[in-house]
Design a protein around this ligand. Sequence first.
Ligand SMILES: O=C(O)CCC(=O)C(=O)O
Ligand SMILES: [Fe+2]
Length: 429
Amino acid sequence: MTVPTTQNPSDPAYKKAKRQYLKTTHNRLEQLEAEWTPFRAAEKKYKAKFPPPDLTNVLDVALLDESRVEETKRGSWRGGANAVECHSVDLLGQESRGRKAYVFPSIPGLVLLPSFVSPDDQRRLVRWSLRDHARHPNETNLDTHYILPEEGLWKSYISSGETGHHEEDIQPRASTSSSPIAHINIPPGPRQLISNEPASTQNFAKIVTAPTLPAAPSLNAKVTSAASLIPKLRWANIGWYYHWGNKQYDFARGKINVSSVYSEVCKSAVKTIPWEEVFSEEKNSSVEWGDEPDWKDWQDSYEPDAGIVNFYQTRDTLMAHVDRSEVCATSPLVSISLGCAAVFLIGGSTRDTEPMPILLRSGDVVVMSGPRCRRAYHGVPRILENTLPPHFIHGVQDKEWEPYEEYLQTSRININVRQVFPKGFNPGL
Ligand SMILES: O=C(O)CCC(=O)C(=O)O
Ligand SMILES: [Fe+2]
């Protein structure tokens, strides 16, 4: 199956994007463009539906891998194999023999592990994310606005397909809450840009006691069905609860265990990275690391306890942001890509650094770590249609897999896992 694309001039999607472009550019103030930060300019470039962006400057290391030819030749989105300055390092351990990671002199602490997750494990993670994780007790973006089925949205969607019933059976939360309780307003839809104070061991006591009003259910939400809500699923929380209103963890609500399905992949990535080589070229490191670089401990001490699973449809984007709610500002953040490919941008400590574009494909893992990278601005301006790798399509004989394949045709899943506390810090929770 191919989905509409803005790359092909005879495709209606291209024509529509062109009409839209001509309409909006008519009114565009040139001055505004001049005021864009380099990060904003890059976001605009890769987001553009028309003309479709040229990806030659986007690093696409899958093009160097013969075993990924079937994957990279699908559709027409391809980056450049040598678009960005980087070099490869060998992964550690028997199981990783011959496998490589890429490191980037301009962003020490950024590590790209192409194709780190095997096709079988990718399918396992997709199933887990949709069916087992995006449901109670893990919070999702939809919980604020709808009373979701106990069995989870995905199972309810599948069973409605099996029985042929697409009933409108999901109630909006607003219509059922009778008692007037205090709320804050968090609009439904994409994550909002809210400026938060970077968490640290110094301000931790203040963060723990910050008031955390629940988000207000939307008054516009209507009775609906699981099938209509599935494309609206945007995120599911992992581990410690997160408060989106003040962009800090809500430690008072406690923590749900991080499933080993996720944590094992993340831990094996951290264990297999040769950290000494990753940070060997870093200059003046002790200044930025504080007392002592802590990477020497990561192979043993890294323990993920928070994060988010992001669900993107091909039209979705994630704006430039910094993940700074974790008390530990250096410990690895491990990010797993599944499904359709995406353009990922990563820059520096402000939006004034020109970001590096990297094409992330299914199974790729990105690790953001150390003082120069863990809190660098990053975002996802584009999900690329028709880039689903063949191992999600051909050869999957399993009938039960079909709805996952159908979902993935227009979706990307990102599992983004973090460690909140540095080694040896006692939060007293
Ligand atoms: O989707 C991605 O690759 C990045 C997601 C991300 O930056 C986040 O969840 O904070
Ligand atoms: Fe992020």
